[in-house]
Design a protein around this ligand. Structure first.
Ligand SMILES: [Cu+2]
Length: 148
């Protein structure tokens, strides 16, 4: 009986240590581009900072305001044509950060339920391999606006 209790204590201590060592994710500067009427797709941008001492990976994204969401990378090919490709995941290095910004990586919100007006707030859910689910409140900016 005593051995069982000791084992339980050791296991729970091990678990606590493990959770302290996990990656810690902080999202700042989250914003979404507003949409003109009739547009059903837009992009969300943010800065993802990993303050932990282990690498973490963004694995999936979703939102309540769109039927689907994808991680995209915009790139310009050798003919000067911009195109977007879908990324399966994004590595966020320990004590590092990844910036999602116009012309680079973004979260594509696809099949919006309604158009997004400047000043609206939307919630985006990010799932990281180690940090788990992280919710982001992002402000909607005007169609042509840039963040401050
Ligand atoms: Cu895109």
């Amino acid at each position: 009986m005593m051995i069982k209790i000791l084992a339980a204590i050791v296991l729970s201590l091990g678990f606590i240590n493990f959770s302290y060592a996990q990656a810690q994710i902080e999202i700042t500067e989250g914003w979404v581009r507003g949409t003109p009427p009739g547009t059903t797709i837009t992009a969300m941008y943010m800065n993802v900072e990993n303050t932990g001492d282990q690498d973490d990976t963004l694995k999936s994204v979703s939102s309540d305001i769109s039927k689907s969401a994808e991680i995209h990378q915009t790139s310009v090919d050798d003919k000067g044509v911009a195109k977007m490709e879908m990324l399966e995941s994004v590595l966020v290095p320990a004590e590092g950060s990844v910036n999602f910004k116009p012309g680079g990586m973004h979260i594509m919100l696809i099949d919006l339920e309604e158009s997004l007006k400047s000043g609206d707030k939307v919630e985006i859910k990010l799932v990281f391999e180690k940090a788990g689910q992280v919710k982001v409140q992002a402000e909607v900016l005007g169609v042509g606006d840039k963040p401050e």
